[in-house]
Design a protein around this ligand. Structure first.
Ligand code: AMP
Length: 176
């Protein structure tokens, strides 16, 4: 990934203890989004994860993955595909359930959103335990498409989320 001033970025991320529940240190990225320069350099750096490869679409994960994913897609001049929480997409979907800390969740993708000949990058704001990204990977695989890599603004490496993503290349701008 392109070299940028990571110190400046790190300083802008707000750590919020015990949100949304006790024991979670929430990485609030909204100050980065609100800063034109930081947001732009983050998108440019994440978009460089293509490494010159031909990419057809960016797959963004509900909800903060939409913010980064759509901006990256726009910069690369490629399409954007949303992966949404169950019940939000209006057309025919593939779905995948995955485990959360408490209970289960289901995410969906439109069946006709990506064709088997296409190559995508999966984008989210943060890789924690990897459950959400793994489920997204499975959705894209169900559509038969190729996955170039999974790209995150932040990776919490101590939670070993990468292990759930198998051989998929993982690119993260900030690693904690
Ligand atoms: P996981 O499935 O455990 O990798 O969780 C990833 C998803 O949960 C991402 O979509 C994140 O937006 C959100 N998430 C998990 N942990 C955090 C955290 N500490 N701070 C901010 N967002 C988080």
């Amino acid at each position: 990934m392109k070299n940028i001033d990571l110190n400046k970025l790190e300083k802008a991320i707000r750590d919020v203890p015990d949100f949304p529940k006790p024991g979670i240190l929430f990485k609030d990225i909204t100050p980065v989004l609100a800063d034109a320069e930081l947001f732009q350099m983050s998108i440019q750096a994440m978009a460089s994860a293509t490494n010159g490869a031909r990419i057809d679409k960016i797959v963004g994960i509900d909800a903060r993955g939409f913010i980064f994913g759509a901006a990256i897609a726009n910069l690369l001049g490629v399409g954007f595909v949303p992966v949404r929480k169950a019940g939000k997409l209006p057309w025919i979907t593939e779905s995948e359930s995955y485990s959360l800390e408490y209970g289960k969740s289901v995410i969906e993708i439109h069946k006709d959103a990506i064709s088997p000949s296409e190559t995508v990058i999966i984008v989210d704001d943060l890789l924690a335990t990897g459950g959400t990204a793994e489920a997204t990977l499975k959705l894209v695989e169900k559509l038969g498409a190729n996955i170039h890599s999974a790209c995150f603004f932040i990776e919490l490496s101590f939670l070993n989320g990468k292990e759930k993503l198998g051989h998929t290349k993982v690119e993260s701008l900030l690693v904690y």
